[in-house]
Each structure stands twice: as structure tokens, then as C-alpha cells.
Design a protein around this ligand. Structure first.
Ligand SMILES: NC(=O)c1ccc[n+]([C@@H]2O[C@H](COP(=O)([O-])OP(=O)(O)OC[C@H]3O[C@@H](n4cnc5c(N)ncnc54)[C@H](O)[C@@H]3O)[C@@H](O)[C@H]2O)c1
Ligand SMILES: O=C(O)CC[C@@H](O)C(=O)O
Length: 389
């Protein structure tokens, strides 16, 4: 029986991928084999030694101590692209809300007093305060052309906007998906100088933290709109508020309210709603549940942010999954121990990523406990598991 701990609400259709006869799932559970998480902060949490895998039912993994998990040999999975359409739709909604002053106008309409005739009069007198502008012909700068950025760029083209993108590490696959008339910015400043709207779709890292500060905001044309549906911390909130107050920025739309942002008349701050659609929640939960199951039951790895992809079809024999440091002679030492126990290797695959390697070995007989212990004792081996046949 595998034990799975959930740290947030994970969609039931995802949890149903883990059959009850093999999986016990609870928010509080001793010695879990794996943890499923959405946005809970795991940095200050004591992660039990029993944990072999963490599944982030979403894109960003900045709430997971990935480097520490790598050192411990724990695989961290995410769900790339599974919520990208949901975020794209919210970004489009935010652009339209900003351009047409929808939040301010709605607030005005909600506060109208008097009978219907008085309301009608106030509407006609007040609506000039909310005159907006249209999107066709305006330029959208997209910073980060991954699963979300590419979708946003292509949708903005379909709305008649000009689109410029900036992503120094764009993948070939994403470049193929991008509408051919999306222009490439030479640098972040080049993109900022040419954009009426700028939207950010990058992970929060040491390189992207505060990538938009007061100096960078000055590069934007007057009246620009900034959109952050990526992570708090990518834009310097104080610099954004100062630029809004000075009239240099027209509006700021984001998914990360705080005390400074939430009441500001030119800020639309939503409660981290980017991935909050039924479809996205289901997609993310299904993807990570399948990945966790494949790893726990067969040792296969797909969509890990810290481990190599490795897939070896189960045919015959008994499988060992070994996580080890990526140094010479690990496979040699492991196979020597297996041979000493009289075990024959039926199939084998070794893959590495950075300092970590994973070895899947199918042997013709169950591996004795003493041999497992011998392999575990090899310098550089982080974990050894014998999987059910
Ligand atoms: N608001 C939400 O609910 C929500 C939902 C999903 C994702 N997100 C956030 O959005 C981020 C992006 O998600 P995604 O699915 O598109 O991820 P992704 O990994 O597919 O794309 C990220 C892209 O950013 C690029 N990038 C990295 N550093 C960059 C830099 N310094 N300058 C320009 N580009 C850079 C990468 O090359 C990559 O193409 C996630 O990391 C997460 O933080 C938020
Ligand atoms: O789970 C959520 O609601 C947010 C997920 C989002 O931040 C992500 O990085 O995918």
C-alpha cells in the first residue's frame, strides 16, 4: 500500500487515478511515500524521510524546496501546460478589464443610489469617466514564451494586437507553436520600450525576482499596462504603485493582492485565480497523479523538474529503482552486487541530469534484502527500491 499526503485540495478526478486498493490518501498521514501539493509553502515544512516523490499540481515549483529534495533523492514533478489555457483566458480578461476600466465602472454601477430614473441619469452622466480604448493595433509584450506565454501571444494576435516576445531560453517546441508574426525582442528593455501592455510568464527565480523595478518602468511608454499572472516578486510592487500614482502607468493587473495593491484605484488584483478552473484543476491533478503512480509503481519519470526523464517498459522480471549520484562506476558496482547474488539482468536503463542519476534494472529473480542493503551502502547511492512484480 502506498501512502499519499495531500497538502491542498487536489481534484478528485486526479485522486481517482490512484486506486484505493493500492493507495491510502489523506491530508494527515504518517510516513507518506509521496506528497501532492498546489500552492502550500513547503519550505518551512519538515518533509518526512519516507517521501520519495512530490507532485506539484501546477506549473511553478517555487513553493517546493527543490534543491534540498534533489540532494535527498526525492523526485519533484509538476504539471507543465496543464493550466496554461486557464491562465491565458484570465490574462485576456485582465487586458480587456484594464482597457475598458471595467472594474472601476462596475464598482461605480454597484454604488448607484436612488430610483431607476435617478440611476439612469447617473449612468449617463458618469460613464464618461470610464472611456477606454480598443486592443487592435496596440502592442503586447510577452516576457516568457513557455506554455502560457505562447498561448497568450497567439490569442493576442487573434485579437488584432501586435505582439513582441522575449525569452532567451525559448524551446524549439514553443518556437514552433508561436504565431509566425510574433516579433522577437532583442532584450527585455527593447520589449518594454515598444509595448503598450506587458505580461509576464516566467518562473520566480533569482534571475526573475524584481525583473521590473523603477528603472525598467521608466523604459515603458507613458500609459502602459502591466500584467502579472506569474508570481508575486517578479515586479517590484512599490515601484509599480509609484508609477501608477505618477500617471506613468495606466493600470496594473495581477493575481497577487497585498495591502498596498488591493485598494488602489488603478490596480486589479485577483485572488490567485489563474489556475482556478475546473478544467485546469482536473488536468493538473490527473497529470501529477499519473506521474507519481508511474514512479512509485514502475520507477518511470516524466515531467520532473529535478530528475531526468526515464521510461523502461515493464516486461518480465523484478524491478529495482536506484537513485544515485551522477559519478563514474555506479552501474558497475550495482551490477557486481547483483551478479554476486546470482541475479541476471533482464533489462536496464540509466539516465542522468546534473548531479543525479536514476537506474532502472529488471532482474530475473527477487533481489534478496541483503543485496538491497549492499547496494544502498554503495557510496553515492541515495535510495534503492524493489518494486512489486
Ligand atoms: N497565476 C497562476 O495561477 C499561475 C498558473 C500557472 C503558472 N503560473 C506561473 O507562471 C509561470 C510560467 O508558467 P508556464 O506554464 O508558462 O511555464 P513554462 O516553464 O512553460 O514557461 C516559462 C518560460 O519562461 C522562460 N524564462 C525563464 N526565465 C526567463 C527570463 N529571465 N526572461 C524571459 N523568459 C524567461 C522560460 O524559457 C520558459 O519558456 C510559472 O512558473 C508560474 O510561476 C501562475
Ligand atoms: O494551484 C493553483 O491554484 C495555482 C497554480 C499556479 O500558481 C501554478 O504555478 O501552476
Amino acid at each position: 500500500m502506498f501512502k499519499i499526503q495531500t497538502l491542498n485540495n487536489i481534484s478528485v478526478v486526479g485522486l481517482e487515478r490512484l486506486p484505493r486498493e493500492r493507495y491510502e490518501i489523506a491530508s494527515e498521514i504518517a510516513n507518506p511515500d509521496a506528497i501532492l501539493v498546489r500552492s502550500a509553502n513547503m519550505h518551512d515544512m519538515e518533509i518526512p524521510a519516507s517521501v520519495k516523490a512530490i507532485g506539484r499540481a501546477g506549473a511553478g515549483t517555487n513553493n517546493v524546496p527543490v534543491a534540498e529534495m534533489t540532494r535527498r533523492g526525492v523526485v519533484v514533478f509538476n504539471a507543465p501546460g496543464a493550466n496554461a489555457n486557464a491562465v491565458k483566458e484570465l490574462v485576456l480578461a485582465a487586458m480587456l478589464m484594464a482597457a475598458r476600466n471595467i472594474a472601476q465602472a462596475w464598482r461605480f454601477a454597484c454604488e448607484l443610489q436612488g430610483d431607476d430614473a435617478a440611476i439612469h441619469e447617473a449612468v449617463e452622466a458618469g460613464k464618461k469617466r470610464f472611456v477606454g480604448f480598443e486592443l487592435p493595433g496596440r502592442t503586447l509584450g510577452v516576457v516568457g514564451l513557455g506554455a502560457i506565454g505562447v498561448r497568450v501571444a497567439n490569442a493576442a494576435r487573434a485579437l488584432g494586437m501586435q505582439v513582441i516576445g522575449y525569452d532567451p531560453t525559448i524551446t524549439v517546441q514553443r518556437a514552433w507553436q508561436l504565431a509566425s508574426d510574433v516579433k522577437q525582442a532583442l532584450s527585455l528593455d527593447d520589449l518594454l520600450a515598444r509595448s503598450d501592455f506587458v505580461t509576464f510568464h516566467v518562473p520566480l527565480t533569482d534571475q526573475t525576482r524584481n525583473m521590473i523595478n523603477a528603472e525598467r518602468i521608466r523604459v515603458l511608454p507613458k500609459g502602459a499596462v502591466l500584467l502579472n499572472f506569474s508570481r508575486q516578486g517578479i515586479l517590484d510592487d512599490e515601484a509599480v504603485i509609484a508609477a501608477l500614482d505618477a500617471g506613468h502607468l495606466y493600470a496594473y493587473c495581477c493575481d497577487f493582492p497585498n495591502n498596498r495593491l488591493k485598494g488602489h484605484p488603478r490596480v486589479i488584483a485577483l485572488p490567485h485565480l489563474g489556475a482556478s478552473t475546473k478544467e485546469a484543476e482536473d488536468n493538473c491533478a490527473i497529470m501529477v497523479a499519473d506521474q507519481i503512480r508511474d514512479y512509485l509503481e514502475d520507477g518511470n519519470i516524466t515531467n520532473s523538474v529535478n530528475f531526468p526523464d526515464i521510461i523502461l517498459a515493464r516486461t518480465e522480471g523484478y524491478r529495482l529503482t536506484i537513485v544515485n549520484s551522477n559519478v563514474p562506476n555506479m552501474v558497475g558496482q550495482i551490477s557486481t552486487d547483483l551478479a554476486a547474488a546470482g541475479l541476471n539482468i533482464v533489462d536496464m536503463l540509466n539516465r542522468s541530469r546534473g548531479d543525479i542519476a536514476v537506474t532502472l534494472i529488471d532482474v530475473d529473480q527477487p533481489c534478496p534484502e541483503a543485496t538491497l542493503a549492499q547496494i544502498q551502502a554503495i557510496d553515492g547511492v541515495l535510495s534503492v527500491r524493489q518494486l512489486d512484480a
